[in-house]
Design a protein around this ligand. Sequence first.
Ligand code: SAH
Ligand code: SF4
Length: 441
Amino acid sequence: MSLNIAQQVQQKRDKKFYLLVFGCQMNKSDAERLGQILKNIGYSETAKEEEADLIGVVACAVRQKAVDRIYGQVRNWQLIKEKRPLITMLSGCVLERDRKMLKDKFDLFIDIKKLDTLAEQIQALAPEEKLALPDFFDITPSYHSTYRAYVPIMTGCNKFCTYCAVPYTRGKEVSRSSENILTEIKHLLEHSYKEIVLLGQNVNSYGLDQATEIKFPELLKKIDALSDNFWLKFLTSHPYDMSDDLIKVMREGKNINDYLHLPVQSGSDNMLKRMNRHYSVASYKELINKVRRILPQTAVSTDIIVGFCGETEAEFQATAQLLDELKYNMSYLSQYSQRSGTAAAKLYKDDVSPEVKKQRWEELNQILTQNSLDFNKTLIGQSRDMLVDFVDQENDGYKNVGKLSNYVAVHVYSDHPLPVGDFSKVKITEAQAWGVRAEVV
Ligand code: SAH
Ligand code: SF4
Protein backbone atom coordinates (compact mmCIF):
# COMPACT_ATOMS: atom_id res chain seq x y z
CA MET A 1 0.00 0.00 0.00
CA SER A 2 1.51 3.30 -0.98
CA LEU A 3 1.81 6.15 1.47
CA ASN A 4 -0.21 9.22 0.79
CA ILE A 5 1.60 12.52 0.46
CA ALA A 6 0.80 13.73 3.95
CA GLN A 7 2.19 10.50 5.40
CA GLN A 8 5.34 10.85 3.38
CA VAL A 9 5.84 14.38 4.53
CA GLN A 10 5.39 13.12 8.04
CA GLN A 11 8.07 10.51 7.38
CA LYS A 12 10.40 13.13 6.03
CA ARG A 13 9.75 15.33 9.01
CA ASP A 14 11.93 13.23 11.22
CA LYS A 15 14.05 16.07 12.57
CA LYS A 16 13.65 16.74 16.23
CA PHE A 17 13.93 19.75 18.47
CA TYR A 18 14.41 19.95 22.21
CA LEU A 19 13.52 23.11 24.10
CA LEU A 20 14.94 24.12 27.46
CA VAL A 21 13.06 26.81 29.29
CA PHE A 22 14.63 28.74 32.14
CA GLY A 23 12.26 31.38 33.42
CA CYS A 24 8.76 32.54 34.06
CA GLN A 25 5.34 31.95 32.53
CA MET A 26 6.13 34.43 29.78
CA ASN A 27 9.15 32.39 28.73
CA LYS A 28 6.99 29.26 28.70
CA SER A 29 4.54 30.93 26.39
CA ASP A 30 7.42 32.12 24.16
CA ALA A 31 8.65 28.54 24.05
CA GLU A 32 5.22 27.33 22.98
CA ARG A 33 5.16 29.76 20.08
CA LEU A 34 8.70 28.89 19.11
CA GLY A 35 7.85 25.19 19.25
CA GLN A 36 4.83 25.71 17.02
CA ILE A 37 6.94 27.44 14.39
CA LEU A 38 9.54 24.69 14.48
CA LYS A 39 6.73 22.18 13.95
CA ASN A 40 5.44 24.18 11.01
CA ILE A 41 8.81 23.93 9.33
CA GLY A 42 9.07 20.20 9.78
CA TYR A 43 10.56 19.49 13.17
CA SER A 44 8.91 17.36 15.82
CA GLU A 45 9.45 17.81 19.54
CA THR A 46 11.41 15.39 21.67
CA ALA A 47 11.82 15.17 25.41
CA LYS A 48 15.22 13.56 24.94
CA GLU A 49 18.06 16.01 24.52
CA GLU A 50 20.35 13.30 23.13
CA GLU A 51 18.19 12.68 20.04
CA ALA A 52 17.68 16.36 19.12
CA ASP A 53 18.90 17.91 15.84
CA LEU A 54 18.14 21.36 17.20
CA ILE A 55 18.34 22.49 20.81
CA GLY A 56 16.68 25.75 21.72
CA VAL A 57 17.09 27.64 24.97
CA VAL A 58 14.37 30.06 25.95
CA ALA A 59 15.86 31.89 28.88
CA CYS A 60 15.17 34.65 31.26
CA ALA A 61 18.72 35.89 31.37
CA VAL A 62 17.68 38.64 33.68
CA ARG A 63 18.70 36.29 36.45
CA GLN A 64 22.34 35.35 36.82
CA LYS A 65 21.35 31.83 37.85
CA ALA A 66 19.84 31.18 34.43
CA VAL A 67 22.91 32.59 32.67
CA ASP A 68 25.17 30.29 34.69
CA ARG A 69 23.03 27.28 33.79
CA ILE A 70 23.23 28.19 30.09
CA TYR A 71 27.04 28.29 30.23
CA GLY A 72 27.04 24.85 31.86
CA GLN A 73 24.88 23.37 29.06
CA VAL A 74 26.74 25.03 26.23
CA ARG A 75 29.91 23.11 27.06
CA ASN A 76 28.07 19.78 26.74
CA TRP A 77 26.60 20.75 23.39
CA GLN A 78 30.02 21.74 22.11
CA LEU A 79 31.12 18.15 22.78
CA ILE A 80 28.08 16.70 20.99
CA LYS A 81 28.78 18.97 17.99
CA GLU A 82 32.17 17.42 17.50
CA LYS A 83 30.44 14.10 16.84
CA ARG A 84 27.27 14.97 14.94
CA PRO A 85 25.39 17.91 13.38
CA LEU A 86 23.48 19.95 15.91
CA ILE A 87 21.97 23.42 15.69
CA THR A 88 21.82 25.41 18.93
CA MET A 89 19.59 28.41 19.33
CA LEU A 90 19.09 31.02 22.05
CA SER A 91 15.97 33.07 22.60
CA GLY A 92 13.95 34.70 25.34
CA CYS A 93 14.50 37.78 27.48
CA VAL A 94 18.22 38.05 27.01
CA LEU A 95 19.93 41.25 28.07
CA GLU A 96 22.15 43.00 25.56
CA ARG A 97 25.24 42.41 27.74
CA ASP A 98 24.57 38.67 28.14
CA ARG A 99 23.58 38.41 24.54
CA LYS A 100 26.99 39.69 23.46
CA MET A 101 28.72 37.16 25.72
CA LEU A 102 26.52 34.24 24.72
CA LYS A 103 26.08 34.99 21.03
CA ASP A 104 29.20 33.20 19.83
CA LYS A 105 28.30 30.13 21.81
CA PHE A 106 25.08 29.54 19.85
CA ASP A 107 24.49 29.06 16.14
CA LEU A 108 21.44 31.29 16.18
CA PHE A 109 20.06 34.06 18.30
CA ILE A 110 16.35 34.55 17.75
CA ASP A 111 14.66 37.72 18.85
CA ILE A 112 11.37 36.51 20.27
CA LYS A 113 9.62 39.47 18.63
CA LYS A 114 10.84 38.34 15.23
CA LEU A 115 9.92 34.69 15.19
CA ASP A 116 8.86 34.96 11.58
CA THR A 117 12.51 35.03 10.50
CA LEU A 118 13.27 31.71 12.17
CA ALA A 119 12.84 29.52 9.09
CA GLU A 120 15.05 31.79 7.00
CA GLN A 121 17.74 31.79 9.64
CA ILE A 122 17.73 28.03 9.97
CA GLN A 123 17.98 27.70 6.23
CA ALA A 124 20.85 30.18 5.99
CA LEU A 125 22.65 28.04 8.54
CA ALA A 126 21.71 24.75 6.92
CA PRO A 127 20.92 25.23 3.21
CA GLU A 128 20.51 21.50 2.75
CA GLU A 129 17.26 21.83 4.69
CA LYS A 130 15.75 23.21 1.51
CA LEU A 131 15.37 19.78 -0.02
CA ALA A 132 14.43 18.22 3.23
CA LEU A 133 11.53 20.60 3.70
CA PRO A 134 10.30 21.50 0.25
CA ASP A 135 6.82 22.36 1.36
CA PHE A 136 8.01 25.18 3.50
CA PHE A 137 11.04 26.57 1.74
CA ASP A 138 9.83 26.43 -1.82
CA ILE A 139 8.23 29.58 -3.08
CA THR A 140 4.98 28.06 -4.19
CA PRO A 141 4.16 25.04 -2.12
CA SER A 142 2.90 22.54 -1.46
CA TYR A 143 1.72 19.13 -0.47
CA HIS A 144 -1.60 20.79 0.20
CA SER A 145 -1.75 21.83 -3.42
CA THR A 146 -4.36 20.13 -5.53
CA TYR A 147 -2.26 20.28 -8.72
CA ARG A 148 1.46 20.17 -7.84
CA ALA A 149 2.89 17.27 -5.85
CA TYR A 150 6.38 16.71 -4.50
CA VAL A 151 7.00 12.99 -4.39
CA PRO A 152 10.04 11.72 -2.47
CA ILE A 153 11.56 8.73 -4.24
CA MET A 154 14.45 8.23 -1.83
CA THR A 155 15.94 9.66 1.32
CA GLY A 156 19.49 10.08 2.61
CA CYS A 157 22.77 10.38 0.74
CA ASN A 158 25.96 8.31 0.41
CA LYS A 159 28.10 10.99 -1.20
CA PHE A 160 29.62 12.65 1.87
CA CYS A 161 30.54 16.00 0.36
CA THR A 162 32.78 17.39 3.09
CA TYR A 163 30.66 20.48 3.82
CA CYS A 164 27.30 18.74 3.96
CA ALA A 165 25.31 17.49 6.94
CA VAL A 166 22.74 15.45 4.98
CA PRO A 167 24.54 12.05 5.17
CA TYR A 168 24.59 12.46 8.96
CA THR A 169 21.15 13.93 9.53
CA ARG A 170 19.25 11.78 7.02
CA GLY A 171 21.49 8.73 6.93
CA LYS A 172 22.26 6.35 4.05
CA GLU A 173 20.41 6.31 0.74
CA VAL A 174 17.19 4.36 0.94
CA SER A 175 14.98 4.13 -2.16
CA ARG A 176 11.22 3.74 -1.97
CA SER A 177 9.84 0.84 -3.95
CA SER A 178 9.07 1.77 -7.55
CA GLU A 179 5.70 0.05 -7.20
CA ASN A 180 4.76 2.41 -4.35
CA ILE A 181 5.97 5.46 -6.25
CA LEU A 182 4.10 4.51 -9.42
CA THR A 183 0.87 3.74 -7.54
CA GLU A 184 1.02 7.07 -5.79
CA ILE A 185 1.69 9.09 -8.93
CA LYS A 186 -1.01 7.24 -10.83
CA HIS A 187 -3.41 8.19 -8.06
CA LEU A 188 -2.29 11.83 -8.21
CA LEU A 189 -2.74 11.95 -11.99
CA GLU A 190 -6.18 10.39 -11.71
CA HIS A 191 -7.00 13.26 -9.37
CA SER A 192 -5.93 15.74 -12.04
CA TYR A 193 -2.55 16.73 -10.61
CA LYS A 194 -0.66 18.68 -13.25
CA GLU A 195 2.90 18.73 -11.98
CA ILE A 196 4.91 15.97 -10.33
CA VAL A 197 8.30 16.81 -8.82
CA LEU A 198 10.37 13.79 -7.82
CA LEU A 199 12.60 14.44 -4.84
CA GLY A 200 15.84 12.97 -3.58
CA GLN A 201 19.26 14.31 -2.58
CA ASN A 202 20.74 12.42 -5.50
CA VAL A 203 18.00 10.98 -7.69
CA ASN A 204 20.56 9.44 -10.04
CA SER A 205 21.38 6.90 -7.33
CA TYR A 206 17.75 5.77 -7.17
CA GLY A 207 17.52 1.99 -6.80
CA LEU A 208 21.23 1.38 -6.33
CA ASP A 209 20.63 0.41 -2.70
CA GLN A 210 18.13 -2.33 -3.68
CA ALA A 211 19.42 -5.22 -5.77
CA THR A 212 16.09 -6.00 -7.40
CA GLU A 213 14.87 -2.46 -7.96
CA ILE A 214 14.78 -0.62 -11.31
CA LYS A 215 17.18 2.33 -11.71
CA PHE A 216 16.35 6.01 -12.13
CA PRO A 217 16.13 6.29 -15.95
CA GLU A 218 13.72 3.36 -16.03
CA LEU A 219 11.66 4.74 -13.15
CA LEU A 220 11.40 8.09 -14.92
CA LYS A 221 10.36 6.38 -18.16
CA LYS A 222 7.63 4.44 -16.36
CA ILE A 223 6.29 7.56 -14.64
CA ASP A 224 6.34 9.42 -17.94
CA ALA A 225 4.23 6.68 -19.52
CA LEU A 226 1.49 6.88 -16.86
CA SER A 227 -0.49 9.61 -18.59
CA ASP A 228 -0.42 12.47 -21.08
CA ASN A 229 -0.32 16.14 -20.49
CA PHE A 230 1.33 16.56 -17.13
CA TRP A 231 4.68 18.06 -16.09
CA LEU A 232 7.42 15.87 -14.68
CA LYS A 233 10.56 17.19 -12.97
CA PHE A 234 13.18 15.76 -10.66
CA LEU A 235 15.58 17.19 -8.10
CA THR A 236 18.54 16.84 -7.53
CA SER A 237 21.01 15.25 -9.93
CA HIS A 238 24.63 14.72 -8.96
CA PRO A 239 27.03 15.29 -11.88
CA TYR A 240 29.07 12.23 -10.93
CA ASP A 241 26.39 9.73 -11.87
CA MET A 242 24.15 11.49 -14.33
CA SER A 243 24.05 8.89 -17.11
CA ASP A 244 23.56 8.96 -20.89
CA ASP A 245 20.55 6.71 -20.33
CA LEU A 246 18.92 9.44 -18.30
CA ILE A 247 19.54 12.07 -20.98
CA LYS A 248 18.01 9.67 -23.52
CA VAL A 249 14.90 9.14 -21.39
CA MET A 250 14.60 12.92 -20.99
CA ARG A 251 14.79 13.36 -24.75
CA GLU A 252 12.21 10.69 -25.50
CA GLY A 253 9.79 11.52 -22.68
CA LYS A 254 6.51 13.21 -23.57
CA ASN A 255 5.93 14.81 -20.16
CA ILE A 256 9.48 15.30 -18.85
CA ASN A 257 10.19 19.00 -18.55
CA ASP A 258 12.90 21.05 -20.20
CA TYR A 259 14.52 21.63 -16.82
CA LEU A 260 17.62 20.19 -15.15
CA HIS A 261 19.12 21.11 -11.78
CA LEU A 262 22.76 20.08 -11.75
CA PRO A 263 24.73 21.54 -8.84
CA VAL A 264 28.37 22.32 -9.59
CA GLN A 265 29.31 23.95 -6.22
CA SER A 266 32.63 25.41 -7.46
CA GLY A 267 34.55 26.17 -10.64
CA SER A 268 37.92 25.18 -9.14
CA ASP A 269 39.26 21.61 -9.28
CA ASN A 270 41.10 22.12 -6.03
CA MET A 271 37.90 23.21 -4.26
CA LEU A 272 35.92 20.32 -5.81
CA LYS A 273 38.52 17.93 -4.44
CA ARG A 274 38.33 19.46 -0.98
CA MET A 275 34.55 19.25 -1.19
CA ASN A 276 34.80 15.54 -2.17
CA ARG A 277 32.59 16.05 -5.24
CA HIS A 278 34.18 13.33 -7.45
CA TYR A 279 34.25 15.28 -10.73
CA SER A 280 36.45 17.89 -12.38
CA VAL A 281 35.45 21.22 -13.91
CA ALA A 282 36.30 19.83 -17.35
CA SER A 283 34.12 16.71 -16.96
CA TYR A 284 31.26 18.82 -15.61
CA LYS A 285 31.46 21.17 -18.61
CA GLU A 286 31.49 18.21 -20.96
CA LEU A 287 28.32 16.91 -19.31
CA ILE A 288 26.52 20.27 -19.61
CA ASN A 289 27.55 20.57 -23.24
CA LYS A 290 26.23 17.09 -23.93
CA VAL A 291 22.90 17.92 -22.25
CA ARG A 292 22.63 21.11 -24.30
CA ARG A 293 23.51 19.32 -27.53
CA ILE A 294 20.89 16.62 -27.01
CA LEU A 295 18.28 18.75 -25.24
CA PRO A 296 18.82 22.27 -26.59
CA GLN A 297 15.67 23.67 -24.95
CA THR A 298 16.63 22.63 -21.45
CA ALA A 299 17.03 25.29 -18.77
CA VAL A 300 19.92 24.28 -16.52
CA SER A 301 20.22 25.56 -12.97
CA THR A 302 22.90 24.97 -10.35
CA ASP A 303 23.99 25.35 -6.72
CA ILE A 304 27.18 27.15 -5.75
CA ILE A 305 28.92 27.59 -2.42
CA VAL A 306 31.18 30.61 -1.98
CA GLY A 307 33.79 30.96 0.74
CA PHE A 308 34.38 27.28 1.36
CA CYS A 309 37.44 26.54 3.54
CA GLY A 310 40.65 27.80 1.97
CA GLU A 311 38.98 29.32 -1.12
CA THR A 312 41.49 31.78 -2.61
CA GLU A 313 40.56 34.77 -4.73
CA ALA A 314 41.83 32.93 -7.83
CA GLU A 315 39.70 29.87 -6.99
CA PHE A 316 36.67 32.07 -6.48
CA GLN A 317 37.35 33.80 -9.82
CA ALA A 318 37.37 30.38 -11.49
CA THR A 319 33.82 29.88 -10.18
CA ALA A 320 32.76 33.33 -11.41
CA GLN A 321 34.22 32.48 -14.81
CA LEU A 322 32.41 29.15 -14.97
CA LEU A 323 29.12 30.82 -14.09
CA ASP A 324 29.75 33.38 -16.78
CA GLU A 325 30.60 30.71 -19.33
CA LEU A 326 27.84 28.18 -18.64
CA LYS A 327 25.06 30.78 -18.50
CA TYR A 328 22.72 28.93 -16.16
CA ASN A 329 19.23 30.31 -16.19
CA MET A 330 19.19 30.04 -12.39
CA SER A 331 21.79 29.51 -9.65
CA TYR A 332 21.19 29.00 -5.95
CA LEU A 333 24.12 30.67 -4.23
CA SER A 334 25.08 30.03 -0.63
CA GLN A 335 27.83 31.28 1.59
CA TYR A 336 29.65 28.42 3.28
CA SER A 337 28.59 27.88 6.85
CA GLN A 338 30.30 25.22 8.91
CA ARG A 339 28.07 22.33 9.94
CA SER A 340 29.13 20.48 13.04
CA GLY A 341 30.01 16.82 12.63
CA THR A 342 30.95 17.10 8.93
CA ALA A 343 34.38 16.23 7.51
CA ALA A 344 35.07 19.89 6.65
CA ALA A 345 34.42 20.91 10.25
CA LYS A 346 37.04 18.37 11.35
CA LEU A 347 39.60 18.76 8.57
CA TYR A 348 39.59 22.36 7.44
CA LYS A 349 39.48 25.84 8.85
CA ASP A 350 36.48 28.03 8.05
CA ASP A 351 38.95 30.76 7.13
CA VAL A 352 37.16 32.96 4.59
CA SER A 353 35.82 35.97 6.48
CA PRO A 354 32.06 36.72 6.50
CA GLU A 355 32.75 40.00 4.64
CA VAL A 356 34.61 38.22 1.83
CA LYS A 357 31.90 35.52 1.61
CA LYS A 358 29.27 38.22 1.27
CA GLN A 359 31.27 40.11 -1.33
CA ARG A 360 31.83 36.94 -3.39
CA TRP A 361 28.15 36.08 -3.11
CA GLU A 362 27.22 39.52 -4.43
CA GLU A 363 29.65 39.27 -7.32
CA LEU A 364 28.11 35.95 -8.39
CA ASN A 365 24.62 37.27 -7.88
CA GLN A 366 25.30 39.95 -10.48
CA ILE A 367 26.43 37.38 -13.03
CA LEU A 368 23.44 35.21 -12.21
CA THR A 369 21.03 38.12 -12.71
CA GLN A 370 22.52 38.87 -16.12
CA ASN A 371 22.42 35.19 -17.12
CA SER A 372 18.78 34.82 -16.09
CA LEU A 373 17.86 37.89 -18.08
CA ASP A 374 19.76 36.62 -21.15
CA PHE A 375 18.10 33.21 -20.87
CA ASN A 376 14.64 34.69 -20.45
CA LYS A 377 15.16 36.88 -23.54
CA THR A 378 15.56 33.73 -25.64
CA LEU A 379 11.97 32.82 -24.70
CA ILE A 380 10.42 35.95 -26.21
CA GLY A 381 8.01 35.13 -29.02
CA GLN A 382 7.48 31.51 -27.89
CA SER A 383 3.99 30.13 -27.26
CA ARG A 384 4.01 27.85 -24.25
CA ASP A 385 1.90 26.34 -21.52
CA MET A 386 1.78 28.16 -18.21
CA LEU A 387 0.69 26.49 -14.98
CA VAL A 388 -1.25 29.13 -13.09
CA ASP A 389 -0.51 29.42 -9.35
CA PHE A 390 -2.65 32.38 -8.35
CA VAL A 391 -4.58 35.34 -9.73
CA ASP A 392 -4.72 38.87 -8.30
CA GLN A 393 -7.39 41.34 -9.27
CA GLU A 394 -5.67 44.54 -10.35
CA ASN A 395 -7.25 47.80 -11.53
CA ASP A 396 -9.66 46.75 -14.25
CA GLY A 397 -8.10 43.38 -15.01
CA TYR A 398 -6.31 40.34 -13.61
CA LYS A 399 -2.67 39.51 -12.96
CA ASN A 400 -2.11 35.76 -13.41
CA VAL A 401 1.06 34.38 -11.85
CA GLY A 402 2.54 30.98 -12.60
CA LYS A 403 5.38 28.94 -14.03
CA LEU A 404 6.55 27.69 -17.41
CA SER A 405 7.63 24.06 -17.75
CA ASN A 406 11.27 25.15 -17.30
CA TYR A 407 10.51 26.71 -13.90
CA VAL A 408 10.68 30.27 -15.22
CA ALA A 409 8.19 32.57 -13.46
CA VAL A 410 5.54 34.14 -15.69
CA HIS A 411 3.11 37.03 -15.26
CA VAL A 412 0.14 37.52 -17.54
CA TYR A 413 -2.34 40.41 -17.50
CA SER A 414 -5.80 39.52 -18.79
CA ASP A 415 -9.46 40.51 -18.83
CA HIS A 416 -10.65 37.28 -17.23
CA PRO A 417 -8.85 35.26 -14.60
CA LEU A 418 -7.03 32.18 -15.92
CA PRO A 419 -7.85 28.85 -14.21
CA VAL A 420 -5.66 28.31 -11.14
CA GLY A 421 -3.97 24.90 -11.03
CA ASP A 422 -4.40 24.34 -14.75
CA PHE A 423 -2.49 24.99 -17.95
CA SER A 424 -3.13 28.07 -20.11
CA LYS A 425 -1.55 28.81 -23.49
CA VAL A 426 0.47 32.03 -23.39
CA LYS A 427 2.88 33.90 -25.64
CA ILE A 428 6.04 35.39 -24.11
CA THR A 429 6.33 39.11 -24.78
CA GLU A 430 8.95 40.48 -22.41
CA ALA A 431 11.92 39.25 -20.37
CA GLN A 432 13.16 40.32 -16.93
CA ALA A 433 15.74 38.79 -14.60
CA TRP A 434 12.99 37.38 -12.32
CA GLY A 435 11.03 35.80 -15.19
CA VAL A 436 8.89 36.75 -18.17
CA ARG A 437 5.71 38.57 -19.02
CA ALA A 438 3.30 36.97 -21.46
CA GLU A 439 -0.13 37.39 -23.00
CA VAL A 440 -3.01 34.98 -23.38
CA VAL A 441 -3.03 33.33 -26.80
N1 SAH B 1 22.22 16.81 -3.02
C1 SAH B 1 22.37 18.04 -3.65
C2 SAH B 1 22.22 19.24 -2.78
C3 SAH B 1 21.73 19.15 -1.40
S1 SAH B 1 22.00 20.46 -0.32
C4 SAH B 1 23.74 18.11 -4.35
O1 SAH B 1 24.53 17.24 -4.24
O2 SAH B 1 24.05 19.08 -4.94
C5 SAH B 1 21.51 21.89 -1.22
C6 SAH B 1 22.62 22.88 -1.37
O3 SAH B 1 22.96 23.44 -0.13
C7 SAH B 1 23.93 22.28 -1.87
O4 SAH B 1 23.93 22.09 -3.23
C8 SAH B 1 24.94 23.31 -1.43
O5 SAH B 1 25.14 24.28 -2.44
C9 SAH B 1 24.29 23.94 -0.20
N2 SAH B 1 25.00 23.55 1.03
C10 SAH B 1 25.02 22.34 1.63
N3 SAH B 1 25.77 22.40 2.76
C11 SAH B 1 26.24 23.67 2.86
C12 SAH B 1 27.06 24.35 3.79
N4 SAH B 1 27.58 23.74 4.83
N5 SAH B 1 27.31 25.68 3.59
C13 SAH B 1 26.77 26.30 2.52
N6 SAH B 1 26.01 25.71 1.60
C14 SAH B 1 25.74 24.40 1.76
FE1 SF4 C 1 25.04 16.76 0.58
FE2 SF4 C 1 26.74 16.05 -1.32
FE3 SF4 C 1 24.81 14.38 -0.60
FE4 SF4 C 1 24.21 16.59 -1.95
S1 SF4 C 1 25.44 14.86 -2.68
S2 SF4 C 1 23.18 15.81 -0.13
S3 SF4 C 1 25.68 18.04 -1.16
S4 SF4 C 1 26.52 15.05 0.66
